[in-house]
Design a protein around this ligand. Structure first.
Ligand SMILES: Cc1ncc(COP(=O)(O)O)c(C=O)c1O
Length: 352
């Protein structure tokens, strides 16, 4: 079966038949632009970005830049408002509300479940094992004809570790639907990105974001990488001008400064090592989990109480003790060196 036909069998009928919104800008973006009811006199704020004009609906320049960086083609790239948008679009493209299901592997990132609930999509859960790795056989056994998407997160939030590449590949080849690998934290990891593999596996979608390694959570820019057929569906369903000009401009500029980004990544890795070592020295800390991300998960006696006491002293971490397999666990983001010292010092005070 041709790959595109196989994908089509998974797509909702209404999406297959959807006539997408089209503007004149899809065909022309130069000339006397009197097509889009913009305010030709301009904005009351000074700007050099022609902000009185709508942004490009397809963002080819930025997509090209990202494609080069990840070693894929521009046709493999979709840009969304954070990772939230591609997650939501995948639900809307593949899952019939009230009928279809997805599989998630808790403890994992909470947004997959929230997005499924918003879209009235059934969520099936297959817990990670005690080493926070995938249970591939159970995952495959849980899939049925209604299961359209499998969400994997590597490195995983909140457990901070990479999922084994061999397990992910096993699932990609055997799962009957689309496998979404969320690589929000991949640049902090020793593992390579799976981005280029979207050219090999037609049912693979890789999610990445500018919010973590690029340090640009404020611009809300997420990336989905996949085969051109799935990318075309995502482009068809998205809001016409989802990526605004300010976001696109900052993201383009970020590529001028990749050396600084890489320097910061190394610094975060060094700091992660330092904070992990310091935490391990405390008698109250039962375990610091190995991290491939920009945060640490650690098990500590009376975690919820510690979390509250830290917050009273102005140090905000995340209590993850309600997640399966994460009893008494806190999650702390690696901060600036002085912030990490402040966190460790305050934790010591709270524990004394
Ligand atoms: C695994 C994972 N994916 C995605 C995101 C959110 O990314 P974005 O800021 O692009 O929406 C997060 C944020 O914490 C995350 O942990």
């Amino acid at each position: 079966m041709a790959d595109s036909i196989r994908i089509d069998t998974l797509v909702r009928e209404n999406i297959k038949n959807l006539k997408p919104y089209r503007s004149a800008r899809d065909d022309f973006d130069t000339g006397l632009l009197l097509d889009a009811n913009e305010n030709s006199l301009g904005a009351p704020v000074r700007n050099s970005l022609q902000l009185h004009r709508y942004p490009s609906p397809v963002q080819n320049n930025l997509r090209k830049k990202i494609a080069e960086w990840r070693g894929v083609d521009v046709e493999n790239i979709f840009l969304g408002v954070g990772s939230d948008e591609p997650i939501d679009l995948l639900m809307r493209i593949f899952c019939n509300p009230g009928k279809d299901s997805i599989i998630i592997t808790p403890p994992t990132y909470g947004m997959y479940k929230v997005s499924a609930s918003i879209n009235d999509v059934i969520v099936k859960e297959v817990l990670l094992d005690e080493k926070f790795q995938l249970r591939t056989a159970e995952t495959l056994a849980t899939a049925d004809q209604s299961t359209k998407l499998l969400f994997l997160c590597s490195p995983n939030n909140p457990t901070s570790n990479d999922l084994k590449r061999t397990d992910i590949l096993k699932l990609i080849t055997a799962f009957p639907g689309i496998v979404v690998v969320d690589e929000a934290y991949i640049d902090f990891s020793r593992q390579e990105s799976m981005a280029a593999m979207v050219q090999q596996y037609p049912n693979l979608v890789v999610l990445q974001t500018f919010s973590k390694s690029f340090g640009l959570a404020g611009i809300r820019l997420g990336i989905a990488l996949s085969n051109p057929h799935i990318i075309q569906y995502m482009l068809k369903v998205k809001a016409p001008y989802n990526i605004n000009k300010l976001t696109a401009d900052v993201a383009m500029n970020a590529f001028e400064n990749l050396d600084l980004m890489k320097f910061n990544l190394n610094k975060i890795r060094e700091e992660r090592q330092y904070v992990a070592e310091q935490l391990s020295q405390s008698d109250d800390v039962e375990k610091v989990y190995p991290s491939d991300s920009n945060f640490l998960l650690f098990k500590i006696k009376n975690a919820e109480n510690i979390y509250r006491k830290l917050a009273e002293k102005g140090i905000i971490v995340r209590y993850r003790g309600n997640e399966p397999l994460c009893e008494n666990c806190l999650r702390v983001t690696i901060g600036m060196p002085d912030e990490n010292i402040r966190f460790l010092k305050t934790l010591k005070e709270v524990l004394s």
